[in-house]
Design a binder for this molecule. Structure first.
Ligand SMILES: Nc1ncnc2c1ncn2[C@@H]1O[C@H](COP(=O)(O)OP(=O)(O)OP(=O)(O)O)[C@@H](O)[C@H]1O
Length: 265
């Protein structure tokens, strides 16, 4: 009898009393967030709240002063960045982190696990993607992100909105179980933000990663997130279902100094 494929359970990412200090600056103070259950979780808060610092700790760019980050019960803090990628943790960057001289195709291909192995320590960054299956996967991703017409163009010089799509596509090449998106809507037009919202929800439908979405664009947060975590001054000040958090007086006060609703932002 043919067996029915069993869907893998969502990754369980847990942030446990995470503190991060830079000299006298406390960027994070005992932040605890349990992302059991998956879905798209918005991470919002005013400038300097600690959102990117938190993402940097999860993705191995910062070493926290104390606390832990676990994936399926296992601490990830001692893992190197390529090991984190191997565990299925992928991210994008607020200010983009693409290879400017490399083509869009090669940038996207570099997100595949094989591409990463080849790039590590290799001078000249030879483009990965020689296997037929890998090439097909890259072209499928380029198509999905409407990037086929730019495939051979160096990343350098392309419009910002296009580069944001390149970075998102690259992060997805690893088929992540945890996807960390740092202000993906920053610098995009209204139409591009709407398209981005569609892409994020499509990705969750297809790959079912846990998505932690840092964003100042409240329209995007309110349209795609089922849960919102709010940070202010290095602490979480609210965490709950979107409909509850958007009306939370403490949240509105942190953002607007009073007012009706986050959607007004
Ligand atoms: N590498 C660093 N060295 C020193 N201080 C830092 C460093 N990174 C972050 N900080 C400080 O940590 C605090 C939190 O910054 P962080 O960038 O995490 O906030 P954020 O919520 O992401 O803000 P934004 O929305 O403006 O991106 C700030 O006071 C910031 O100046």
């Amino acid at each position: 009898m043919p067996s029915t494929p069993v869907a893998a359970p969502p990754a369980h990412l847990r942030i446990d009393r995470l503190t991060l200090e830079f000299g006298g600056v406390r960027a994070l103070s005992e932040v605890s967030i349990d992302l059991a259950g998956g879905g798209i979780i918005g991470l919002i808060g005013p400038n300097g709240a600690g959102k990117t610092s938190l993402l940097n700790c999860i993705s191995g760019f910062y070493r926290p002063t104390s606390g832990d980050v676990t994936l399926d019960g296992r601490s990830v803090l001692d893992m190197r960045r390529h090991q984190l990628a191997g565990q299925g943790i992928a991210r994008t960057f607020q200010n983009l982190a693409l290879f400017g001289e490399m083509s869009v195709y090669d940038n996207v291909a570099a997100g595949a696990p094989r591409g990463r192995r080849r790039l590590r320590g290799v001078p000249g960054l030879r483009p990965p993607g020689t296997g037929a299956a890998e090439r097909d996967a890259v072209w499928a991703m380029l198509e999905r992100f409407d990037l086929v017409q730019h495939a051979r163009h160096p990343a350098h010089g392309l419009p910002f909105g296009t580069l944001k799509r390149v970075e998102f596509a690259r992060a997805l090449m690893a088929r992540p179980r945890v996807l960390l998106l740092d202000e993906p809507a920053g610098g995009l037009t209204h139409t591009e933000v709407d398209e981005l919202g569609g892409l994020i929800t499509d990705v969750v439908r297809d790959l079912a990663p846990v998505v932690l979405l840092i964003e100042h664009h409240m329209g995007l947060i309110l349209s795609v997130c089922s849960r919102i975590v709010v940070m202010d001054s290095g602490r979480t000040i609210a965490d709950g279902p979107t409909e509850q958090v958007r009306h939370d007086p403490a949240v509105i006060s942190a953002y607007l100094g009073g007012g009706a609703d986050l959607a007004a932002r």
